[in-house]
Design a protein around this ligand. Structure first.
Ligand code: NAD
Length: 267
């Protein structure tokens, strides 16, 4: 590739020198994106409940020449958030990008929902993202710069059966994104939501492993295949980098043409 083209692209999209904090980093999508972001220069701070997986991932990224540190964090214990963020700022000097990736689901029909499940799903997916953002934005505000990427879902705007609590949490994430965009723009903070379509991971295995449900989903994906975690990397790099300097407050769907209408009938 022409040298000038390479330089221009690098200047726009490179994450070199940026500290990227990601919750849920040990999960399927989180670990794939952490590897990818580290490859384009990000200094990754990997946060998750799962210490063992986090340590393995940090070692793997460092082994490949990238930068990564692991921080155990349980988002259901809100009191853990502030000390964790303080420690990150002390060790890394600043936070440029926050990716609120941690998310859980338990599929229940509306009549079957129980309070404990409701509190856990909302607690991780929405309350966790809210308080993590609040703590990190204090540092971004001081630096007058920052990008927040909240991970939403197809269920933030459409709905699969049995996903009410999860969908409500992800619709809440979309509202949180818009609030952050309008209230924190004056501090140089942008906030956007990455909204994955139907990605094949452990979280969605109960759907992909079921012939009826997997056919239902495939019929609704124009590209006629499940998404892979790596399909989300391009949008994540864009939202984390300066290439998206004027983008804020929006939900970006990466869904293989699902919301566009899925597969057409024979024409
Ligand atoms: N897989 C999909 O098709 C899909 C589609 C749309 C959106 N999403 C969203 O993408 C994100 C990642 O999904 P995934 O498929 O990689 O799931 P995953 O289960 O593989 O990863 C989720 C991670 O969150 C962590 N986590 C759970 N509770 C936590 C807590 N209390 N504190 C800290 N970390 C906690 C888990 O340990 C896990 O590593 C989630 O927000 C999910 O809702 C996934």
């Amino acid at each position: 590739m022409n040298e000038n083209v390479c330089k221009k692209l690098c200047d726009m999209f490179s994450l070199e020198g940026k500290v990227v904090v990601m919750t849920g980093a040990a999960g399927a999508i989180g670990s794939e994106l952490s590897r990818g972001l580290a490859e384009v220069g990000a200094e990754m701070v990997l946060c998750d409940l799962n210490q063992e997986r986090l340590d393995e991932l940090a070692e793997e990224i460092k082994g490949a020449g990238g930068k990564a540190v692991a921080k155990k964090l349980n988002l259901l214990n809100i009191s853990e958030i502030e000390p964790c963020v303080k420690e990150i700022v002390e060790e890394c000097g600043k936070i440029d990008v926050l990716i609120n990736m941690a998310g859980i689901n338990k599929r229940q029909a509306l009549f079957d929902g129980d309070e404990e499940t409701f509190d856990r799903i909302i607690g991780v997916n929405l309350k966790g993202a809210y308080f993590m953002s609040q703590a990190v934005a204090e540092n971004m505000k001081e630096n007058k710069n920052g990008s927040i990427i909240n991970v939403a879902s197809y269920n933030a705007v459409m709905m699969l059966g049995g996903n009410c609590i999860y969908g409500a949490s992800k619709s809440g994430v979309a509202a949180l994104t818009r609030s952050q965009a309008i209230e924190w723009a004056k501090y140089g903070i942008r906030s956007n939501a990455l909204s994955p379509g139907h990605i094949s991971t452990v979280l969605t295995a109960p759907l992909w492993d079921d012939p009826v449900r997997s056919k239902y989903m495939l019929d609704r994906i124009a590209m006629a295949r499940p998404g892979k975690p790596e399909d989300l990397l391009g949008m994540t790099v864009l939202l984390a980098s300066d290439a998206s300097a004027y983008m804020s407050g929006m939900l970006y769907h990466v869904d293989g043409g699902c919301l566009a209408g899925g597969q057409p009938w024979e024409i």
